[in-house]
Design a protein around this ligand. Structure first.
Ligand SMILES: [Zn+2]
Length: 173
C-alpha cells in the first residue's frame, strides 16, 4: 500500500482495508493526509510502515497541525515506522524509491519503471499549483520534476487527483 490516507476517512477506509491483503505500507511523506491510518494499519494489519528516515521521530508522535488542517484531514496518531528502503520488490513489480524534495523536504516517490508508473505523493497535483504550504520549497520541486523527467514513466498516481495518463507530458508544463 502506498500512503495511508487521513484520519477522517477512518470509518470508510477501515471497512475496505480490513479485507485487503496488505504486506507493507510505503509512505511518501509525513503529512497527516498520507499518514492518518498508519497507526490503524500497524495495529490491525500488523504490517511494517516505511517512511523517510528523517521523519521517523515525527511519525512516532501524534501530529501537531493547525486548526484548519485538523478540520480538513484530522490529527493522526503516532506510529512506529521503519526507514524506507531504496526499493520494494513484490511478486510482480519493483518500485524504486526516489528522493523527491519540494512539497516536503523528506518526500519520496515510487517508480515502477517496467510499467511506466510513478506514485507521486504530493510532488505534482496539477500543472498549475494554486496553493502551497509556507515551508514548501518551489525551487526543490522544480529540480525534482526535472530529475523525474529523465526517468521512464507515463502514468502518474497522484494522492489527490488520482491516476493520470501522460504524466510526463504534464510535468513539462
Ligand atoms: Zn503533503
Amino acid at each position: 500500500m502506498i500512503d495511508a490516507g487521513s484520519a477522517h476517512i477512518m470509518r470508510k477506509a477501515s471497512k475496505i482495508l480490513q479485507n485487503e491483503r496488505i504486506d507493507a505500507v510505503a509512505i511518501t511523506h509525513i503529512h497527516e493526509d498520507h499518514t492518518g491510518l498508519a497507526w490503524w494499519l500497524q495495529k490491525e494489519k500488523h504490517v511494517p510502515i516505511y517512511i523517510h528516515k528523517n521523519s521517523l521521530q515525527e511519525a512516532s508522535d501524534k501530529s501537531d497541525i493547525p486548526l484548519y488542517r485538523r478540520l480538513v484531514w484530522g490529527n493522526r496518531k503516532g506510529f512506529s515506522a521503519l526507514p524506507i528502503p531504496k526499493y520494494f520488490q513484490t511478486n510482480h513489480y519493483t518500485f524504486d524509491v526516489i528522493e523527491a524534495p519540494g512539497h516536503h523536504k523528506d518526500h519520496v516517490v515510487l517508480h515502477e519503471k517496467n510499467m511506466g508508473w510513478l506514485f507521486t505523493g504530493d510532488l505534482f497535483v496539477s500543472s498549475r499549483q494554486r496553493v502551497a504550504f509556507k515551508d514548501e520549497n518551489i525551487c526543490d520541486t522544480i529540480h525534482t520534476l526535472k530529475k523525474m523527467l529523465a526517468k521512464d514513466f507515463d502514468t502518474i498516481f497522484c494522492s489527490h487527483s488520482g491516476m493520470q495518463k501522460n504524466g510526463k507530458e504534464k510535468f513539462q508544463f
